[in-house]
Design a protein around this ligand. Sequence first.
Ligand code: ADP
Ligand code: ADP
Length: 232
Amino acid sequence: DPVVTARNLSKVYGRGDNAVTALDSVDVHIARSRFTAIMGPSGSGKSTLMHCLAGLDSVTSGTIHLDGEEISAMSQRRLTKLRRRRIGFIFQSFNLVPTLTAEENITLPLDIARVRVDRERFDRVVETIGLRDRLTHRPAELSGGQVQRVACARALVGSPAVVFADEPTGNLDSRSTDQVLSILRSSVDEMGQSVVMVTHEPDAAAWADTVIFLRDGRVVAEMNQPDRDRVL
Ligand code: ADP
Ligand code: ADP
């Protein structure tokens, strides 16, 4: 069964003459333990869809379920708690805390949520990001690609139901881009992680199992892995 389901989801910003329909009756199923990419031109609603699915943004109408639980009707308080414990985030601009080491940055969300760090999971995630010898370094001592790999580890370490990544490779050179996408791919293949990535780069979307295409706030196509080499 899907890890996240959106039914008849609409999101309108503003009201009256200024109203902008960012999402228009969208139905989306995010498959469990798969890598899903959301693609589309600028302004097509990618960020809005991700923010709604992740419980960061309220919906105008429709429903969103995470693991069978309706999040579209939750109070802000419950939603904040759910996000802290069940959802991992990787943002292009989500900088690490400069005064903390890589390891402290990775475990920070768990420390804030007062969740004990599972050392086995931590070791596995550090193995996957391949930065064991950088754990005591602070962000200023890491390259941009290494910083983003630490951000991946931070999103993965709590074994969230879903990791949401918003243009995670937007600021990276091609080598760092491949490293980040390979981490996301491995988290799916080796840890059964469910991952959702927003991107406008076809080369990045090619790493996903499923690509959902948005245009003008609607889902216009969905493509699964067997077709992906042929189409992209
Ligand atoms: P994308 O991520 O694909 O570029 P967005 O989800 O950011 O698309 O935006 C979809 C539409 O909603 C665009 O027309 C955008 O201008 C509009 N929009 C996004 N956020 C807001 C906001 N906070 N207030 C008003 N309009 C918004
Ligand atoms: P992206 O499309 O890469 O996510 P944008 O530049 O479209 O980035 O949006 C950046 C931020 O501004 C987002 O938080 C978005 O919700 C908000 N935003 C986008 N369009 C509008 C708008 N027309 N009015 C107000 N806020 C907007």
